[in-house]
Write a protein that binds this ligand. Sequence first.
Ligand code: LLP
Length: 419
Amino acid sequence: MKIIKSDYFNYKNNKLFCEDVSVQQLAEKYGTPLYIYSHNFFKDRYHEFTNAFSSIDHQIFYAVKSNFNLSVIKTFIDEGSGADVNSEGELYRALKAGAKKDKLILTGVGKTAEEIRKGLNLDLLMIKAESEEEIHLINKIAEEMGVISRVAIRVNPDVDAQTHPYISTGLAENKFGVDRETALRLYSKQKELKNITYTGIDMHIGSQITNVEPFLEAVKKLSKVFFDVKKIGVELKHFDLGGGIGASYNDEMVFSVKEYANELIPELKKLNCKILFEPGRFLTANGGILVTKVLYNKVNTGKNFIVVDSAINDILRPSFYKAYHHIQPVELTSNKDITADIVGPICETGDFFARSREISQSESGSYLALLSAGSYGMVMSSNYNARRRPAEILVDGNNYKVIRSRETFEHLIYDEIID
Ligand code: LLP
């Protein structure tokens, strides 16, 4: 079977380490399922991104939705990142993690009046509006509060990001943003909207995008809107490219952020304004693993199954998007390879992590690592089957800390009432 290694998750004497900490020892001490993250991966990725754009005025706003653990958000904030939040809950988390209001962006296709009010109260950097009705609501609430709201319009550039349809967001048929003509019309209303000042233009065309072309196409389309807006007398200060850069899930080649920067910088320089980015997956995916224990091996009519103690409630991606996550043993053995379905304990056939996967025979009690679990893993977890959510650990060199403890049974019934 293929074994994937990196500078952050590597084998020493056939045992998997996260940086300098043994994964097996963490699993034995804290139990499984267990999320383990590499602090240095997060930091290095952040600097790789920001360094690639050092020749232009820019700011990264970490997309909190990809991994909203407070310590993870704080890691990026400490390196200089802002935060892109998609709900008042994410706003709450970002503030708790230390985000500064002038480095916060409020996103979302369906913000409530309450969320808009919270954003205005905080005077955060900007609210990204996604419809005409929302713009009028922001203007009305700002008027009631006696403030001026900084607003960017999310424009749907109608490009095909060539990714999973559930996470493609920049096609005309998708629910996100407004089309280019509508955007221009809305920007031209600046004078009537007394409590809004347009400060930016925004796009986010999808996630897990594996080539630069759609980004370039979208930037070119939005640049045209940017200059048309300038012609009608509205000077925008920000151009926001959103997130979307794909991560490698099976050691495959994905474009580097340097290539992304090299392709985009010539276009972005023409704009002569500050460039904003909202990466999530690029910063977190390969900085995390989910460790699970093998419970049983079984053969059903000639087909192998490895039943593990983690399930789709812990990580939904394989089942929900048919996403590939590489799975490999925490301790390498000389066992022969088999082809097996790797499945969880939940009472659904959809509870699988891999189907017909080549993996070395893994005895009951041994540990497996599901890779690239740093993004959209824990954040999409649930309590289905009344399963307690896993613990999360952040490793830094040979130190580590538990950044979220495993849920207790009390957590499961915490807000319920029984007569
Ligand atoms: N900005 C906005 C407005 C977004 O909606 C998203 C992600 C991002 C930034 C960050 O995108 P990234 O750099 O992570 O691609 N649950 C799915 C991914 C959903 C992405 C939603 N929006 C998955 O597991 O693949």
